[in-house]
Design a binder for this molecule. Structure first.
Ligand code: SF4
Ligand code: SF4
Length: 130
């Protein structure tokens, strides 16, 4: 593989929108510690608990409540869902979903094929499943 199919441009575009970002309970301590907060302070300030799952709030302007002026405020401990993007099972399995995702995120090389994307995933992750 000569060129990456995906390389994050750190534009924070994906940190704006409908929400749907969840934190597993085990991810809370590291995220709270990064902001110098207790777990309780962190979840009270940034999360809603729905069916035992923490959902990160979205501000009135539509930004994730953890988005700061320099990007994600918990970057080193960001939720698994944010770390995994764009290597989600749906995009790995479905070339159509991959082509659609290319239009919404400037991290994709527009000329990259689905095969390039799969090769990058395998090179970075081996053959392990998502
Ligand atoms: S947790 Fe961080 S990376 Fe994830 S959506 Fe919020 S600001 Fe973006
Ligand atoms: S994943 Fe895409 S939309 Fe999100 S910050 Fe990176 S380049 Fe921007």
């Amino acid at each position: 593989m000569s060129q990456s199919a995906f390389e994050c441009q750190r534009c924070s575009q994906c940190c704006h929108g409908e929400g749907g970002i969840t934190l597993e309970a085990g991810e809370v301590p590291a995220a709270a510690a990064l902001l110098g907060l207790s777990e309780q302070e962190f979840t009270a300030a940034y999360c809603d608990l729905k069916l035992d799952i923490y959902h990160i709030r979205v501000n009135q302007d539509g930004d994730c409540a953890l988005l700061g002026p320099d990007g994600c405020r918990i970057h080193q401990a960001k939720p698994r869902i944010c770390q995994r993007w764009p290597f989600f099972a749906a995009l790995l399995r479905d070339p159509g979903a991959f082509e659609e995702a290319k239009l919404s995120c400037p991290g994709f090389r527009l000329t990259a094929s689905h095969q390039d994307f799969l090769e990058q995933y395998r090179a970075e992750n081996g053959e392990k499943d998502r």
